[in-house]
Design a protein around this ligand. Sequence first.
Ligand code: WT7
Length: 603
Amino acid sequence: MCRNQTPTRADESSFAEGDFGISWFSDGMLNVSANCVDRHLETRGDQAAIIWEPDDPEEPARRFTYRQLHEEVCRFAHVLKGAGVGRGDRVTLYLPMIPEAAFAMLACARIGAIHSVVFGGFSPEALAGRISDCDSRIVITADEGRRGGRIVPLKRNVDAAAALAPGLERVIVVRATGGDVAMDPARDAYYDELAAEVSADCPAEAMAAEDPLFLLYTSGSTGKPKGVLHSTGGYLLWAAMTFDLAFDHRPGEVFWSSADVGWVTGHSYIVYGPLANGGTTLMFEGVPNWPTPSRIWEVVDRHRVTTLYTAPTALRSLMKEGDEHVTRTSRASLRLMGTVGEPINPEAWRWYHEVVGEGRCPIVDTWWQTETGGHMITPLPGATDLKPGAATKPFFGVEPLLVDGNGVAVEGEGEGNLCIARSWPGQARTVWGDHERFFQTYFTTYPGLYFTGDGCRRDADGDYWITGRVDDVINVSGHRMGTAEVESALVLHEAVAEAAVVGFPHDIKGQGIYAYVTLNSGEEATDELRQALVKWVRSEIGPIATPDVIQFAPGLPKTRSGKIMRRILRKIAEGEVSPQALGDISTLAEPAIVEELIRNRAR
Ligand code: WT7
């Protein structure tokens, strides 16, 4: 087995221009797969590493001990090698929530390949963009996925993506449903057929701490999604340590993060954090409210889940179904509960605490981002006083800083843009293929600081309350969506001349997507066209980008230099009906447009 080699160096990072770079433990050596799997074989080889709960509750769950996980990961690693994958190669995973997703991630880590997991809800177009951006020659997918009783045609989507991504050479297909799918013998192969031919033992490559582990695409305020790159040593340390401390992990517990492995939460707290700690992680193929609104609590009971980690949006939607769906289940195994992804409203927090946890379970409201690798501001259960709606205190080594509108640090109680003043091990290292964009995006708004894109308030006790994004990113059901991405999708439609997208408060999703659309001359603003545009965006990006509201607008409010004034569009989308309340509109080229937009509000 590949042994860890202790580094003599720790933080060698700098946020300063000229000297910019992030590096931790640079002379350390390790393999993430060995740390998450092999290291546990002697002490807990027969303990469950992964419990898998299928979409359909009538079907049996599956369990994989650490010993079985080791075999599965080794086989997958050999299959990847057989397909020509080596150190540093990018492997795209486009999979449902099946154990093979974890096997494939760990197999990449084992041989030093860089995985790029693309959420199975993304469209072929979005998938193709992510395959091409990182020059990935290989995609691991499944015949089909299942979610809430519905089939997701993953292999068919890969076929469509392949037509748009000419560099794609190999597709390995996990048989998940056994559904009939088209196979191109020159390019495609079934995983089980390849796996039957290989050994169940595969040595782990010795990797340097700063070698890349994975990249994960995430939306920003401008342009296409960025491939955020994470390291081997620093990332694993951060995922492992935050998992251990924020979830107060204890041997024998069953941890369940209801996220999808396609998001960073799935990386850090379904796979790497729990397994690095020798824990038992539950992977759930389905959705919290299918076939009934009790499903999530039934899964808790069935597998005696001790720690549940979910998103406020899920809690709000379950809350409105009524308490009886919760109270008819036991939930006696629960000891601790967490939330992530968006600010939690105190009402949902209290419901989680009182109804779900029966007042017994502390709640950790964990603030972090794809770019941070793991928790940054979070209570430590038992040690931190909890407040409904507050992420509370920074994790060890994290130095938050609030900066006001003039770029000045706010001391004590106050509100501002949330920055982090120095590096932490789990920090993203770069944006794939564009280090300059990484620097520009995060380190130039406030020179010398990492800017998170979030607004935040610090109260008199020094507790932090995240107030939400302050940039052009919308947080829809805990998922990040760039307004620019939705706009680009809309203007690709032949009827659309121009589009501006903003967020607005949404009872369940946190924020909804509000699109102002100017049509080409001669196009008619009909309901059919509105529906066609919604469908269009779904097929260009995926269902998570579905606009909630489309307002046809004869023109958009712009400054004389042609810049769209989103501040005004945001206010109107939020329901502001008085032009006076919109603030200064004197810089607008055509102020009359504002009244027209208010008159024709679509909500
Ligand atoms: C954005 C990051 C972190 C994993 C899931 C999302 C928002 C995240 C919280 C929280 C308030 C939160 C922020 C952040 N966010 N956690 N506990 N309270 N807001 O990762 O897709 O990278 O999104 O999610 O706005 O910037 P992501």
